[in-house]
Ligand binder design. Structure first.
Ligand SMILES: Cc1cc2nc3c(=O)[nH]c(=O)nc-3n(C[C@H](O)[C@H](O)[C@H](O)COP(=O)(O)OP(=O)(O)OC[C@H]3O[C@@H](n4cnc5c(N)ncnc54)[C@H](O)[C@@H]3O)c2cc1C
Length: 341
């Protein structure tokens, strides 16, 4: 069988590597960082089916993830509405999950070249899958920050706080930890660094009651990470070179809690086409074209819906409408939840 090289050992790259190894394909994954490591992520996995986990052969690695069933949404005036999630989500840290998947890949005989950056000019070569995550977008207005808190009393499995030019999701992961992740419009006037920057940004969003609750609990300083210079949307249109999965293929706004599910689903969609390539049943170009068409069809609807809802969540006008609908019980939460999955 021909071998497959995967650039990027995040969720997409590792799960694809495992899926390919389960079919006997020789696989080598290059990962620039070393594990375990924290990543900017809400760590709230919603929308991926058991069938996808099974197809990739990673159900066991997610079997002890917490089951998250309730959500409450807040603005600076307090709780806007609460709801049961239309289907349970999973809570597990990337610190644990990605490390676990890298061990699984090695157990299955896959190569995992930790601490080795794959040369970007080789990303379009035959047999190379690009799973390097968020592409650099210069001039982007977005900033993502995350950290774990201990001894924090969550009011629901998922708390979402909408502020001025930012929103923050809080959810339970393992070992009594609560993951706090926010997406913010960058504010040059906020000068805080390191572990102070997340609290400074939440405060700048006008969410002082959340700041007080977090300040009363204990922050794990080693878990604070940040990311900037990224954008949202589908990349790698039909006809373009480069076999992209995960965030390299499509980045959905984080309020959906669907990015990791998309990373796994894109790996699942890629699997049969890479198998056909590896077995010599189709050329690289044919495999790539089929995957691009299929994945574009598969993700286009939710990307459109998320693009439409996202500005609402960020704008004071949209938040006012959401508050009105939420408080009067008229917010079509289940419908919106399904539309971005
Ligand atoms: C603020 C925020 C909150 C989020 N919250 C959620 C959430 O609650 N739920 C959800 O489902 N999704 C969430 N997401 C999205 C989710 O984190 C991503 O969709 C997911 O991590 C994508 O996985 P990936 O494998 O494509 O990329 P990544 O997980 O980013 O992995 C890419 C890997 O490639 C490596 N790499 C990069 N360049 C190279 C190179 N040249 N050579 C070798 N290795 C390289 C990186 O080190 C990294 O390990 C959130 C995102 C943000 C910004």
């Amino acid at each position: 069988m021909k071998s497959v090289t995967i650039a990027g050992g995040g969720l997409a790259g590792l799960s694809l590597g495992i899926g390919l190894r389960r079919h006997g394909v020789p696989v080598e994954v290059f990962e620039a960082s070393t594990f375990p490591r924290h990543r900017v992520c809400g760590e709230f996995i919603s929308g991926v089916s058991e069938e996808t986990l099974e197809a990739l052969g990673i159900q066991e690695d997610l079997s002890d993830a917490g089951e998250l069933t309730g959500t409450a949404w807040y603005d600076h005036k307090g709780r806007v509405f609460s709801a049961s999630l239309p289907s349970p989500a999973r809570g597990i840290s990337r610190f644990r999950l990605d490390d676990r998947l890298s061990i699984r890949l090695r157990e299955l005989g896959g190569g995992f070249r930790e601490g080795e950056r794959f040369a970007s000019e080789r990303a379009g070569e035959d047999g190379v899958v690009n799973a390097t995550g968020r592409a650099l977008e210069k001039g982007s207005a977005w900033l993502g920050l995350k950290a774990h808190w201990l001894d924090f009393g969550l009011e629901e499995d998922l708390e979402m706080h909408l502020g001025d030019d930012g929103y923050i999701g809080l959810s339970r992961v393992e070992d009594g930890r609560v993951n706090v992740a926010g997406l913010f419009r960058r504010r040059p006037e906020v000068k805080a660094k390191g572990s102070d920057s997340l609290l400074a940004y939440i405060s700048a969003c006008g969410l002082d009651s959340l700041v007080s609750r977090l300040t009363a609990a204990s922050l794990d300083p080693d878990s604070c990470v940040g990311v900037s210079s990224f954008g949202f949307g589908l990349k790698g249109r039909v006809g373009e070179t480069g076999f992209r999965i995960g965030d390299q293929r499509a980045i959905i706004p984080p309020f959906t809690g669907n990015g990791m599910s998309m990373a796994l689903q894109s790996a699942e969609l890629a699997l049969p086409h890479l198998l056909a390539f590896s077995k010599g049943l189709s050329s690289w170009e044919e495999s790539l074209a089929r995957y691009q068409e299929e994945s574009e069809r598969y993700f286009a609807g939710r990307m459109r819906a998320a693009k439409w809802v996202h500005p609402f969540i960020f704008s004071p006008f949209g938040q006012k409408i959401a508050r009105g609908l939420g408080r009067s019980g008229l917010l079509p939460f289940s419908l919106l939840y399904r539309a971005v999955r």
